[in-house]
Design a protein around this ligand. Structure first.
Ligand code: 5GP
Ligand code: ZN
Length: 137
């Protein structure tokens, strides 16, 4: 896609600091570096979000992510590492080209994800699950 910043990075039209590249994925340093070693793993094809990923692309992205995560651990030895992946503006996605974040984590590093649990009764879980299973069938 011509005006997509990650497509431009994949096409080497704008610079990025690449750590890994294969046929289907490109992993490069996030320009914001929330913590040192913060890497983005993107699929090379312009797929906007998780819903559009072909099976092979999904497999390739997580294969690359696991490899790069191990390399980040070996290089930086962070006490934690979060994987973030946003789909859609309300979820926090700012670049509409599928990518996931590999984010080294440290105690009190300022990262926040508010997790407002509702703890519904088990019948609710069954109801929600039935709706999802109906779509998977
Ligand atoms: P999102 O909020 O969509 O999950 O994350 C997008 C990420 O892309 C942000 O963390 C942002 O710092 C990063 N980013 C945006 N533009 C560029 C760029 O031109 N180069 C690189 N390396 N990262 C970018
Ligand atoms: Zn793109």
């Amino acid at each position: 896609m011509t005006d997509c910043v990650f497509c431009k990075i994949v096409a080497k039209q704008i610079p990025a600091t690449v750590v890994h590249e294969d046929e289907a994925t490109l992993a490069f340093m996030d320009i914001g570096q929330v913590n040192p070693g913060h890497v983005l793993v993107a699929c090379k094809a312009h797929v906007e979000n998780v819903y559009g990923l072909a099976d092979a692309q999904a497999a390739a992205v997580f294969h690359a992510a696991a490899r790069v995560a191990r390399a980040i651990r070996a290089a930086f030895n962070p006490p934690g590492l979060s994987i973030y992946q946003a789909n859609g503006i309300p979820a926090g996605q700012t670049v509409l080209h599928f990518h996931l974040h590999l984010l080294p984590r440290h105690d009190a590093d300022g990262m926040q994800l508010v997790w407002p649990v509702k703890n519904p009764p088990r019948e609710k879980l069954e109801e929600y699950a039935a709706q999802i299973r109906a779509q998977l069938a």
